[in-house]
Design a protein around this ligand. Structure first.
Ligand SMILES: O=P(O)(O)OC[C@H]1O[C@H](O[C@H]2O[C@H](CO)[C@@H](O)[C@H](O)[C@H]2O)[C@H](O)[C@@H](O)[C@@H]1O
Length: 246
């Protein structure tokens, strides 16, 4: 990969807030969504990071909140799910107004298609994911179906991730979630540091930069982030170094 971005400098977490992606950033990608596990190392680092940031740590995921929560059980982090449409602060989950409109009808169209083609389909509060990791030859067809359904509904947008195509609420993203959270007392007056590996993380990179923060991309691909790590392991090592004692 050409080195168009360098690794980030050391971050002073006492003056920063962390906005972290989940799949591909805190856990390795796995054949199926239910196969991932947060490692002991990452759990320890998240605990230390939360203490260093005085609670200013959020996990922004494409996963549904109910699916995401058990992975981070016991950690005092703020969670956002369904690509920014759900935010859970202190166990008080909210579905952002208007999110989820059109999802039920689209699911009823996509479910028979997924079942007929052996594709894994995930129904979330405000998104639907059709996974083709087990059927890579279906990539173009899945992408086209999602694009076509999104084009036919004013409230939905297509989101194309790693071996997955999704329908999500048009008005919300990890960027809108970051901006909303940055006004919360746990995050306000702290410099946002957004870290992620996928295309949907670009929204949070742009949002972080728009309020004076930085974005850090993991892996290859075009990015609006300021910095880049080649691998998740590189990012984890850097995070540990910035937290010194971990
Ligand atoms: O925003 P993220 O936390 O990165 O979530 C993005 C999607 O992650 C999950 O799918 C991805 O990870 C799976 C497990 O490693 C993998 O099997 C799949 O191919 C990936 O696309 C999750 O299932 C989706 O709902 C998230 O939107």
């Amino acid at each position: 990969m050409p080195h168009d971005r360098s690794a980030p400098p050391r971050v002073d977490w006492s003056a920063s807030a962390a906005y972290l992606d989940f799949d591909g950033t805190l856990v390795d990608l796995a054949p199926r969504p239910e196969d991932v596990r947060l490692g002991t190392r990452e759990r320890t680092l998240l605990q230390a990071l939360t203490e260093r940031c005085s609670g200013g740590v959020a996990i922004l995921s494409g996963r549904d909140l109910e699916n995401l929560r058990p992975h981070l059980d016991g950690l005092p982090v703020i969670l956002s799910g369904s690509h920014g449409a759900q935010i859970d602060i202190n166990g008080d989950p909210t579905l952002v107004p208007g999110a989820g409109v059109g999802i039920e009808a689209a699911f009823n169209v996509l479910k028979p298609f997924a079942d007929a083609n052996g594709l894994l389909i995930e129904r979330k509060a405000a998104a639907i994911a059709v996974h083709y990791r087990a059927q890579p030859a279906m990539a173009d067809e899945v992408t086209a179906r999602i694009d076509s359904l999104a084009a036919g509904h004013p409230g939905l947008k297509p989101v194309h991730g790693k071996m997955v195509s999704e329908l999500a609420s048009k008005e919300y993203s990890k960027g809108t979630a970051l901006i909303q959270l940055s006004n919360h007392p746990r995050f306000a007056r702290r410099t946002p540091v957004a870290i992620g590996d996928d295309t949907t993380d670009e929204d949070m990179f742009r949002a972080a930069r728009s309020v004076g923060g930085i974005g850090i991309k993991i892996g290859a691909g075009q990015t609006t982030a300021n910095y880049r790590f080649d691998t998740r392991a590189d990012m984890t090592r850097w995070l540990a170094e910035t937290l010194e004692d971990c």
